[in-house]
Design a protein around this ligand. Structure first.
Ligand SMILES: *Cc1c(COP(=O)(O)O)cnc(C)c1O
Length: 353
C-alpha cells in the first residue's frame, strides 16, 4: 500500500475559474501556467484551460510540450529567451517572447531570419523587477520596430500593488501614457487587477492564481467571487497517541500538552510540500471537522489534535488544504501565500484528477 497522501486536482474547478475570468472581462485571456501550472501539472492544467486564448510560462521545453500536445494558442515566455540558441526553438515552435532587457535585443540582432517573432516589450512601470524604464522605452521600441526578425509587438507591464490597498493607479497612469504613443496591443493585469480594476484589462489579461481557485486578496475569499479550489491535499491518520498533561509532541517538544489530550499522526510532512514553519494552531480538517496542527512538522509526518473529535482514528481522512479548507487560510497561518504552497507540492505526492 502506498502512503495515503494524495493531491486531487479538480479540472472542473479550473474550467469554472476560467469562466469566472471570462465573465469578468472581454479581453483576451493569457492563462498563466508557469511553475508546472502553479504546482498542479502543466498538461493537466492546460487541458482544463484549453479555452484560454494563450498560455504564459517560463521554460521553452514546457512550451514545446504544449505545442506537441496540439495547443495552437499564443504561448508567451515570461522571461523571454536566455541565449542565442533559444531563438531557433522560439521560431520553430512559434513562441512569443517577453523582451525585458537590452541584452535580449542584442541577441536578436544576431538572429538571421526575417519577420518570424512576436514579442512583448516589458515596461517597468514601478515594480522595478523586469522591464525597460519609461525613458528607455522609445529606443527599445524603435529597435524592435526596425528589426527584421520582429513581427508583432505588444506592450506589457506588471503591477506591484494590485492586491494591496495602494492599488494600480500610479502604475496604470504611467504605462497608459507610454503605450498611448504606439499602435500596439497591451497587457497589464494579473488576477488581482483582473478582479478589481477593469480599467487595467486592455487587450490581454494574465490571470494566474485565480484560475487555481485562490483569492489574490487578503480581505476577499475566493468563494465570494465564485472561484473553486482546484488542488486538495489530503492524507490519513496513521496512528493516535493519548497524551497526559506535560507530554511533549515531536521534535524539540514544540507542543506541550497542558491537559490530557488525544492526537493523531498524519502521513504528510514537509517532504510532501507541507510548510515546515506552520505553527501550532494551523487549521486542518479531520473527517470534515475543524482541527489544528500541533508540534513541529517533520519530513513525513505531522500531528493534529483529536481531543474534540473522539470518533477520529487511524484511517480518518485529513484535509491539509483545498475543498472545505481554503489554502489561503493555511498559508496565512504559516506566514506565506497560497502560491508558495501550491508550487511546493512535492513530486512524490500521487495526483488524482
Ligand atoms: C505570475 C504572473 C502573473 C499572474 O499573477 P497572479 O497573481 O497569479 O494572477 C501575471 N503576469 C506576470 C508577468 C507574472 O509573472
Amino acid at each position: 500500500m502506498p502512503r495515503p497522501i494524495q493531491a486531487y486536482i479538480d479540472q472542473n474547478a479550473l474550467q469554472n475559474n476560467l469562466s469566472v475570468a471570462r465573465r469578468s472581462t472581454s479581453s483576451r485571456i493569457m492563462a498563466v501556467i508557469k511553475a508546472n501550472g502553479y504546482g498542479h501539472g502543466l498538461l493537466r492544467v492546460a487541458e482544463a484551460l484549453a479555452g484560454a486564448d494563450g498560455f504564459a510560462l517560463l521554460d521553452i521545453p514546457d512550451a514545446i510540450r504544449l505545442r506537441e500536445a496540439g495547443y495552437r494558442q499564443t504561448i508567451l515566455l515570461l522571461e523571454g529567451f536566455f541565449e542565442a540558441s533559444d531563438l531557433e526553438l522560439v521560431a520553430e515552435y512559434q513562441l512569443t517572447c517577453v523582451i525585458h532587457s537590452e541584452w535580449q535585443i542584442a541577441l536578436l540582432d544576431a538572429y538571421p531570419k526575417r519577420a518570424a517573432l512576436d514579442v512583448w516589450l516589458k515596461v517597468n512601470s514601478g515594480m522595478h523587477r523586469l522591464g525597460f524604464a519609461p525613458d528607455q522605452v522609445a529606443v527599445a521600441m524603435e529597435q524592435l520596430r526596425r528589426h527584421a526578425a520582429v513581427r508583432e509587438i505588444t506592450v506589457m507591464s506588471h503591477f506591484a500593488f494590485a492586491d494591496e490597498t495602494r492599488g494600480v493607479s500610479d502604475q496604470l497612469a504611467l504605462i497608459n501614457d507610454i503605450a498611448a504613443q504606439y499602435r500596439v496591443a497591451r497587457s497589464y493585469a494579473n488576477s488581482a487587477a483582473l478582479l478589481r480594476y477593469p480599467a487595467t484589462h486592455v487587450d490581454w489579461v494574465r490571470p494566474g492564481i485565480m484560475l487555481y481557485g485562490a483569492s489574490p486578496f487578503a480581505d476577499t475569499t475566493a468563494q465570494s467571487v465564485g472561484l473553486k479550489p482546484v488542488m486538495t491535499l489530503s492524507s490519513r491518520i496513521i496512528a493516535t497517541q493519548d497524551l497526559r498533561a506535560g507530554d511533549e509532541v515531536g521534535y524539540a517538544g514544540q507542543f506541550r500538552a497542558d491537559r490530557a489530550m488525544r492526537i493523531g499522526i498524519v502521513a504528510c510532512g514537509y517532504a510532501d510540500g507541507y510548510p515546515r514553519h506552520a505553527p501550532n494552531g494551523t487549521p486542518v480538517l479531520v473527517d470534515g471537522s475543524a482541527s489544528t496542527l500541533l508540534g513541529r512538522v517533520s519530513m513525513d509526518m505531522l500531528c493534529v489534535d483529536l481531543t474534540a473529535i473522539p470518533q477520529a482514528c487511524a484511517g480518518s481522512l485529513v484535509t491539509l488544504w483545498g475543498a472545505g479548507l481554503p489554502i489561503e487560510q493555511v498559508a496565512a497561518a504559516a506566514g506565506t501565500i497560497s502560491y508558495e504552497l501550491m508550487c511546493a507540492l512535492a513530486a512524490r505526492v500521487p495526483v488524482r484528477t
